[in-house]
Design a protein around this ligand. Structure first.
Ligand code: OGA
Ligand code: NI
Length: 343
């Protein structure tokens, strides 16, 4: 496995995408100035009217978009910079150094490489992306090299956990639950936290390959930052939108577990990463979930209020495993399979 990076830099200048990457893209997406922006400093604000306004906005963002841009989040710019630096150092290491982390099992706590996906018409294609994926909580796993990675990642993952905790408290409130309801019922002190760095080299034919095809994230909340190169798109009411975000903001999306827990109040929306032919794009992703042994289903107080549960419960660990295997074969997302339909 040489990686997409090596291919993109090969001495033969690539004019077209090698056939194994071929993916028929539906490249259209629009700009939207209505992607919600949430000011985190107001959530911790002492002023009750400001606070209740932002809680209301947050609830609306989770319900209507499943996605928002978080500003004034208090994560220092230097901490983010350190993550980009460490991630690029990792991807620029020689292939021999990275080879030890090629996955043997899907559940390896440290893995890197590129990824094959089989679509609903049984076509297999390779994603135009190199990745590094690490399990960082409750156990912290990190490659020994590059040396700067460990400290930067430890610091960043702790801060992302705190941020996830604070946002989940606020999201509990938006649904009329006790602030600490999720922390207690979902064992957030041993939350499963997954780190991913994505490296998308310039692609000679951006419409003939894809970085990550449309998918939803399996956890509660995903945090994404990128190096200023656009590429993330999100689905909203059946249309695709560019998720452009201001410098130093954090893109947050609500995942499958939050949709299930909220009995459908929060939405886990589809998103994808598209390519460009000029610049390398790097994204740093932290996915925050419940603990792996939590059996997650719709919260009982919400089910009582709604008169019915709209989703089946499942142990989070099994959910992740099934998403890795079954859903891709069936061609229907696992989240859709968990829905209880009214007839
Ligand atoms: C992901 C993801 C998008 C991006 O890693 O789950 O959706 O822009 N990444 O890298
Ligand atoms: Ni994603």
């Amino acid at each position: 496995m040489a990686g997409v990076k090596v291919l993109a830099e090969s001495s033969v200048v690539l004019k077209s995408v090698p056939s194994k990457f071929n993916f028929v893209n539906e490249p259209t997406a629009s700009n939207s100035d209505s992607i919600p922006i949430i000011d985190f400093s107001l959530i911790t604000s002492a002023q009750p009217d400001q606070r209740s306004r932002v809680i209301q906005e947050l609830g609306k963002a989770c319900q209507e978009w499943g996605f928002f841009i978080l500003v004034n989040h208090g994560i220092p710019e230097n901490d983010m910079e350190a993550m980009f630096e460490a991630a690029s150092e990792f991807f620029y290491m020689p292939a021999e150094e990275k080879r030890q982390y090629e996955p043997k099992n899907a559940s390896d706590p440290i893995k890197c490489g590129n990824f094959n996906v089989t679509d609903t018409s049984n076509q297999t294609f390779t994603l135009w992306r190199d990745y590094l994926k690490l399990y960082v909580h409750p156990e912290f796993h990190c490659p020994l090299k590059p040396e700067i990675l460990r400290e930067a990642l430890l610091n960043y993952s702790v801060k992302m956990r705190k941020l996830a905790g604070a946002l989940l408290e606020a999201i509990s409130e938006t649904m009329g639950l006790e602030k600490s309801y999720m922390e207690e019922t979902l064992n957030l002190e041993s939350m499963f936290q997954l780190f991913a760095a994505n490296f998308y080299p310039p692609c000679p034919q951006p419409d003939h390959a894809i970085g990550i095809p449309p998918h939803t994230d399996h956890g509660l909340l995903t945090f994404l930052i990128h190096n200023g190169v656009a590429g993330l798109q999100i689905e909203h009411n059946g249309e695709w939108f560019h998720a452009n975000s201001p410098q130093n903001s954090i893109l947050v999306n609500t995942g499958d577990q939050l949709e299930i827990f909220s009995n459908g109040r929060c939405r886990s929306v589809k998103h994808r990463a598209v390519l460009n032919n000029e610049k390398t794009r790097i994204s740093i992703v932290v996915a925050n979930g419940p603990s792996l042994n939590t059996v997650l289903g719709p919260a009982p107080p919400l089910v009582a209020r709604d008169g019915r549960a709209s989703y089946l419960p499942m142990k989070y660990e099994e959910y992740i495993e099934s998403q890795l295997t079954k859903s891709r074969v069936i061609g229907k997302s696992l989240l859709e399979q968990m829905m209880i339909r009214e007839n």
